[in-house]
Design a protein around this ligand. Structure first.
Ligand code: HEC
Ligand code: HEC
Length: 387
């Protein structure tokens, strides 16, 4: 009798274990929640237009110029919506654990807070993640400016074995075709359920090309609706001055590379000839570079918009604070045969600015006026899987 009881209770236990396993597997399948999207697509086209009007054609400081951008693409609201979902979807990675947004976070102006980011299976990226704001106005992408067009870039991180680990575009297309919400979203965006790498690249590009930052304090000062504090004004004047030369590299309304064709940091290769600085410069971070960037220690001159949100700084995330960045330009520029001429004094030695403490504080205060608070809260850029 005892034996039968024991056996049957063991059987019951076994049954319980088996059924709960089956149930657990069902849960796993169902764990793929559908994105929460608005009835009518958000307006991305007008965001893109704002960038065209205020960043690509607006003028700032003495070094203003009209920006040419290969990423000034038309934006369709349904396609950008699909792009938003793809950007936040962990299923774009081989282990369903990494999305673009893992390393490009809205609250950090689409950068992250680590020197090196963690991607697929805990592997770390060799470089610091980059902010994805006003990329529409960007001529040159990645720290070494190796890509010009967003659409050529999107499938790179997905297949990068450190970042998202997918083996091929075909594997990605097949995987997404099996997720319930994608065929519908592709239909809305493209009029057919067909999922292709090209459509993925195009829709994510459109989402990125409409991430706008045009309403920082500096923009409102320029419009005349607010004014700088005395400290910010001092920082502004220093930034724009021939003494610091900051604005000659971080130029125009996007405070980014003056990389128009034929310019000092021009993009010559875009029109067929090879080479070209492509918006990069050597700023004397090292005597010897392990990571040579584009070549000879040259790295992309990044936009400084929202720089207050994207610490740590530089291609390798070596500086924790803006104070440390300013200290670098003030007195730590290292000698290098390819050091940018702007950092050489009359004897050909690395320039020392000898800024006072107040002047350094002022530069930092000015850099904080480039932060756009709307960017971090705008629902159009937010995670659709989380609300
Ligand atoms: C594991 C972290 C990680 C993931 C995931 C990731 N990125 Fe990045 N992203 C980076 C890093 C690091 C860089 C700089 C790489 C370099 O310069 O070589 C970068 C650079 C970029 C740039 C260039 C920005 C500029 O202004 O030059 C774009 C655009 C971009 N990523 C988009 C994406 C998209 C789209 C996805 C998803 C499909 C994605 N990233 C996924 C870490 C990541
Ligand atoms: C010769 C061109 C040049 C000049 C002049 C210049 N910069 Fe830069 N700046 C760069 C480049 C290139 C980088 C990226 C370097 C790297 O990561 O290796 C950079 C990076 C930065 C960063 C960090 C950006 C990030 O996303 O991590 C800040 C902040 C910055 N500069 C501020 C300034 C200030 C303030 C001045 C004036 C004191 C200045 N820059 C002068 C070219 C320049």
């Amino acid at each position: 009798m005892k034996r039968i009881l024991l056996c049957s209770s063991m059987l019951a236990l076994l049954l319980f274990v088996v059924t709960s396993c089956i149930k657990f597997e069902e849960d796993l399948d169902q764990a793929v929640v559908a994105p929460n999207l608005p009835e009518e697509a958000y307006d991305y086209a007008s965001l893109a237009q704002e960038i065209d009007e205020k960043i690509l054609t607006n003028t700032f400081g003495d070094n203003s110029f009209e920006v040419f951008s290969p990423n000034k693409m038309p934006v369709n609201n349904e396609q950008a919506t699909l792009g938003r979902v793809l950007f936040y979807d962990q299923q774009l990675s081989l282990n369903n654990a990494v999305s673009c947004a893992s390393c490009h976070q809205q609250e950090k102006a689409f950068a992250d807070s680590k020197a090196a980011s963690t991607g697929f299976g805990g592997k770390v990226t060799p470089r610091n993640s980059m902010s994805l704001v006003n990329v529409r106005a960007n001529n040159n992408l990645f720290w070494d400016s190796r890509v010009s067009q967003l659409e050529h870039l999107i499938l790179e991180p997905i297949q990068n074995h450190v970042e998202m680990g997918m083996e091929s575009v075909e594997q990605l297309e097949q995987k997404l075709a099996k997720v319930d919400y994608y065929p519908v979203l592709f239909e809305k965006a493209y009029g057919s359920r067909h999922i292709t790498g090209e459509r993925i690249a195009q829709s994510v590009s459109q989402f990125l090309a409409s991430i706008a930052s045009t309403d920082a304090k500096i923009d409102r000062v320029k419009e005349g609706t607010t004014s700088f504090t005395a400290l910010e004004q001092l920082g502004h004047d220093l930034f724009m001055s021939a003494r610091t030369k900051c604005a000659s590299c971080h130029a125009g309304a996007n405070f980014s590379a003056p990389d128009f064709p034929g310019g000092e940091y021009g993009d010559n290769s875009f029109f067929g000839s090879n080479g070209g600085a492509k918006g990069t410069a050597n700023i004397g971070l090292n005597v010897i570079y392990e990571d040579n960037g584009r070549s000879d220690g040259k790295f992309k001159i990044p936009s400084l918009r929202n720089i207050g949100l994207t610490a740590p700084y530089m291609h390798d995330g070596r500086f924790q604070t803006l104070q440390e960045v300013v200290d670098h330009y003030d007195r730590n520029i290292q000698p290098h045969e390819d050091l940018d001429d702007k950092f050489l004094d009359s004897r050909g030695e690395p320039l020392r600015l000898n800024l006072s403490d107040l002047e350094k504080q002022a530069l930092v205060a000015f850099l904080h006026t480039l932060t756009d608070e709307n960017l971090t809260s705008d629902v159009r850029y937010s995670n659709p899987f989380k609300n």
